[in-house]
Design a protein around this ligand. Sequence first.
Ligand SMILES: Nc1ncnc2c1ncn2[C@@H]1O[C@H](COP(=O)(O)OP(=O)(O)OP(=O)(O)O)[C@@H](O)[C@H]1O
Ligand SMILES: [Mg+2]
Length: 263
Amino acid sequence: MNDTIIELKGLTKRYGYGDTESFALKDFDLTIKRGEFIMIMGPSGCGKTTLLNIIGLLDRATSGEYTLNGKNVASISSARQARLRAKKIGFIFQNFNLIEDLSILENVALPLVYVNRPRTVRLKNASQALERFHLQEREYYLPGQLSGGQQQRVAIARAIVSDPEIILADEPTGNLDSHASNIVMEELKAIHEEGNTIIMVTHNPALTVYATRVINMLDGQIDTDVKTVADQNLPQPIDVKIKKRSKRSKSNKSNKSNKRRKR
Ligand SMILES: Nc1ncnc2c1ncn2[C@@H]1O[C@H](COP(=O)(O)OP(=O)(O)OP(=O)(O)O)[C@@H](O)[C@H]1O
Ligand SMILES: [Mg+2]
């Protein structure tokens, strides 16, 4: 059975005081199991990005509890939060958020700076991540020289380069045509099948076929929450499989990132 990776209890995000007080999230409860592919939908302004930013440790809630891998994140310093974010969480945004004057390779290598990898390792890992998305021939292009779909695949390569367990995607197909959107969704599907947890915001109901759970939000709260895949049928994280396998064969030194690179 997959364990709980994220638990939110009574999470509230308030903006302003008195007459200007408003709530982006209100007493929000959510438990996420490892290996879920959650799609979050809901009208503009209902709090989807706020939720993703709090889960991704880019923002803090006004009150409530956020437990990540069994740790209460409110009690840890901003510096430790940043390290945790670099190790555990990959982000994909609607507008790709690539740095325009850095090559594709340098862009993808960037998250590895925050986990203190030497430059040669960073570039090697970035190159391997780009290979997975068939973009290795464009390593030295600048983002502006790629199509939107290619840029988003670069952004996905950047999101997975440090082998995070959680991928957060805020309308990743929002700026793409349907062909590019399908390619991006197939890539996310493959990443999910490796046992990663994905939380994705979308306005496109057609994409919910990829999800194992669809949450509709309204006014900072959950309106509906439907699991389409039972918890026991979620993909097993690869490192758990490896642990089981290594009980049989101690010599197996492969790890999640090696496995991913071999694909
Ligand atoms: N910095 C801020 N100051 C004040 N209010 C904010 C701030 N950031 C967000 N809000 C408010 O919080 C609410 C939720 O915003 P959020 O960006 O999470 O919505 P969303 O569901 O992602 O919308 P969209 O679908 O348009 O992206 C909105 O009412 C917004 O105006
Ligand atoms: Mg948003």
